[in-house]
Design a protein. Structure first.
Lengths: 362, 443
């Protein structure tokens, strides 16, 4: 029947980018011009591809949960390092949001600063800085983190490296002294007569001393970057994320487990020269890295095997840098280094397809 | 928990309580029916009647010689009004026979025959002639499943009573209300295939159906009920087989390659009616549900009844706004552009979903959260396949096993960025198919 040809409406102007353009409303008349209008003319029929049911997860929801999970560590940093810590965090967050806004505006992209991802970058970057870090430097680091680390790659989802860590690496290269000039937490008595402080890792590296009580490191009562010192606060946030199902247990536990096992080997051989696994776990950025940076969805592998390789190699690297490298801390570089391998890992660790036949020899 | 299942998958809200407790009621006799000549996977039928012919209920009106096919029958008595192209619930146009009814309905019924008195050939013949197809949705001709190549021994027949699609309760009701028919049909299938074992796979959320079937099976040990975890897509053929028997159907192979044939519970009941009553597949249970329909019901509907007529017996659509009317459930159902489409043999449900809760049409960038990878029952990497499909990168699409996709939609369901992954994967599959056709034509 010739008269039953499918008649297409003139194309509607495309609203916003990223719209599914072939989901459109069809009237009965459009399908069959001869048909009478259906009795329920007021109800319009939508045609779209299945599934017609989606769950309620969304990118902003995930990101805002991560922000929530960072709150205990934020509170701990303010408790130990005072209002100066809060100021740094706020500056970093605002600078990250502003950079994101500016880039999206310049690139004529929809403004999506409300999705919360820039807030996370700002918070995480601030947490890797010493409490006495200059405000200008913090702003510079934030602009680099979002600008070069994220937006130059195409924005959320396209970045190869964890933006916060990239910002921190940039600041390390730019201000090597300032980024390693720590102050004592105000809760410590030593603070009275010492201007600059040494972190447990610095003492272990350059003075061969690792007698900081583990309990102090667990609570956060040591020198260090804002959010790194209090292991308990970070773990609390990490467990919240795990409870919400936003992180895979493999990533943090695999990373920490590798650090523990690998450092235990050295400790077992020579406990006088090498610090204990517990020291490694609670010192420096290991906890923050394990719960909030290794688990960054965008920059970690998606396959199970890939995730294992990612965390194990990163864990070994972190310990190797700490013990044998020129730097006291290796968490940052271990994660950044492995970030670069994620696309390769994803490609070469694909799971076996259901029912895949064993490859024939020859 | 603790029940058998497959790896991965998702747990959507089921909303089965809307209709699970409602008895199947007969729908009103339709005045006209539109019977598509293609209601099954395979070759379409050719019409056996012409305009103006008188037909009776159950009369064969379309058939074709092809092996993979099933005849179609008139679901009412009356006169052939026209034979024309009309919209098919599968989303295309199909030649259909339109019959105007005379208002009379035939009574079907009769006692259950003794299976041992019927020959295998007679069974096969009745099943083919009755136009029986898989009633879970895919509508694969049952006669084809009953003719495995020589040398392939079938060890077990599995009946699919999972019904893992949200909203649908047609299979649930048939197991609850007509368990004897289901069991008889399963034994008939076992006999035709010379299979020693029969299984019925049911999700644990239907304890009353499990109980009813247990009673119908009685003390005999040839049939075993397998209770499965309520998880989507448990009812997918390969997922059901691995859960029930532990066997994985190899890529590119059929269930019979692992000695198994799977049929829907509704199909088994239809086989009972075909063999004992001589009633072809002209009527089926349809669950009408969803938040866009006023009175959700389970209805016994004649094939060819328009969606509009069925929906009007369920209070109609909610007024105003936008809805999706689906042939099937919300995970795999096909959205209909018009309500004039007919119910066909594979219509297990008509789900109406108010558009406000369907989905936003805006999607975000992939954040590689790995959700899609962790739920794909086929262990594929949907986020990559989606990108390949969208960009027509067919080589990579094939390399990453895109053709193994069973289109269950778990990936799109879980995506936090709301990316229409399955839609893009379908695009990729289509493109691969087109390229293969082009290559074949060039030779």
């Amino acid at each position: 029947m010739e008269s039953l040809k499918f008649v297409r409406k003139p194309k509607r102007p495309l609203p916003q980018n990223n719209r599914i353009t072939d989901q459109r409303t069809l009237d009965a008349k459009e399908i069959n011009p001869n048909a009478e209008q259906p009795s329920q003319a007021a109800t319009r029929l939508i045609v779209s591809s299945s599934p017609h049911f989606l769950n309620t997860e969304s990118v902003p929801k995930i990101m805002h949960n991560v922000v929530t999970a960072l709150l205990p560590a934020t509170a701990a940093s303010v408790y130990f390092f005072g209002w100066r810590a809060l100021l740094l965090i706020i500056v970093c967050v605002v600078a990250c949001l502003a950079t994101e806004y500016a880039f999206q505006k310049i690139r004529k992209q929809p403004i999506k600063i409300h999705d919360g991802s820039a807030i996370i970058t700002g918070m995480l970057l601030a947490m890797t800085l010493p409490a006495g870090f200059p405000i200008f430097g913090a702003i510079l680091g934030s602009v680099f983190a979002i600008g070069v680390g994220k937006q130059l790659f195409g924005g959320l989802g396209y970045n190869i490296f964890n933006p916060a860590l990239l910002g921190r690496a940039f600041l390390m290269a730019t201000y090597p002294v300032l980024t390693t000039t720590w102050v004592w937490p105000r809760t410590m008595e030593k603070a009275i007569d010492a201007v600059t402080a040494a972190t447990p890792l610095v003492m272990a590296k350059f003075e061969g001393k690792f007698d900081v009580p583990i309990m102090d490191m667990f609570i956060g009562n040591t020198a260090g970057s804002l959010g790194e010192t209090s292991a308990i606060a970070i773990i609390l946030g990490g467990l919240y994320l795990r409870y919400k199902g936003y992180i895979n247990w493999k990533l943090p536990l695999g990373y920490l487990g590798t650090i523990a096992v690998f450092s235990a080997i050295f400790w077992y051989v020579n406990p006088a020269k090498y610090p204990s696994p517990l020291f490694h776990l609670f010192a420096g950025g290991a906890m923050l890295g394990a719960w909030f940076m290794v688990t960054d969805m965008v920059t970690s592998p998606v396959t199970s095997l890939g995730q294992w390789i990612f965390v194990i190699v990163a864990g070994i690297l972190a310990v190797v840098i700490r013990l044998f490298g020129g730097l006291p801390e290796g968490v940052m570089y271990s994660i950044l280094f492995m970030n670069a391998f994620v696309p390769l890992l994803n490609k070469h660790t694909r799971p076996k397809v259901f029912g895949e036949v064993k490859a024939q020899k020859g | 928990m603790g029940h058998k299942t497959f790896a991965r998958g998702v747990h959507p809200s089921y909303y089965k309580e809307l209709t699970a407790g409602k008895r199947v009621e007969a729908a009103a006799l339709p005045k006209t029916v539109t019977i598509p000549l293609q209601q099954h996977a395979g070759a379409p039928c050719e019409p056996l009647v012409k305009k103006g012919d008188l037909v009776t209920e159950g009369q064969k009106i379309g058939d074709v010689k092809a092996f993979v096919s099933a005849p179609v029958h008139s679901s009412i008595s009356g006169k052939v009004k026209d034979i024309e192209l009309s919209q098919h619930p599968g989303g295309f146009r199909s030649l259909s026979i339109i019959i105007e009814g005379d208002g009379t309905a035939k009574e079907w019924g009769g006692p259950a025959k003794d299976l041992s008195s019927i020959s295998v050939d007679a069974l096969k013949d009745s099943i083919r002639e009755a136009g029986i197809v898989g009633m879970g949705g895919a509508a694969f001709p049952t006669s084809v499943k009953l003719a495995p190549p020589k040398g392939k021994a079938i060890e077990a027949v599995i009946l699919n009573g999972c019904e893992c699609e949200p909203y649908l309760t047609a299979d649930h009701r048939i197991m609850l209300e007509e368990p004897e028919k289901v069991v008889w049909g399963l034994r008939a299938l076992m006999k035709t295939l010379a299979a020693p074992k029969g299984f019925v796979g049911i999700e644990e959320n239907k304890p009353d159906a499990i109980e009813a079937l247990r009673k119908a099976i009685g003390s005999s040990t040839d049939i075993q009920i397998i209770i499965l975890e309520a998880k989507y897509p448990q009812g997918a053929e390969k997922m059901l087989i691995v859960a029930a028997t532990g066997k994985k159907v190899p890529v590119g192979k059929l269930p019979l390659d692992v000695g198994v044939v799977v049929n829907n519970v509704g199909t088994a009941a239809a086989i009972f009616e075909a063999v004992n009553w001589g009633k072809p597949l002209i009527e089926r249970i349809v669950t009408v549900s969803g938040n866009g329909v006023k009175e959700p019901r389970n209805l016994k509907v004649r094939v060819g009844t328009s969606f509009e007529e069925v929906l009007s017996q369920c209070g109609g659509l909610v007024e105003g706004g936008e809805v999706e009317v689906l042939n099937g459930g919300p995970m795999m159902g096909i959205a209909q552009p018009t309500l004039s489409v007919p119910v066909i043999k594979g219509t297990s449900g008509i789900t109406v979903i108010a558009a406000s809760v369907i989905k936003s049409s805006v999607y975000e960038a992939c954040i590689r959260c790995a959700s899609c990878v962790s739920v794909c029952p086929m262990a594929l990497m949907p986020y990559k396949l989606g990108d390949f499909g969208k960009a027509f990168r067919t080589g990579e699409f094939k390399d990453w096993d895109g053709l193994s996709c069973i289109e269950c939609g778990c990936c799109s369901y879980v995506c936090p960025s709301k990316r229409p992954l399955l839609q893009w994967i379908r695009l990729g599959k289509l493109k691969v198919r087109q390229e293969a056709q082009k290559a074949a034509a060039a030779k």
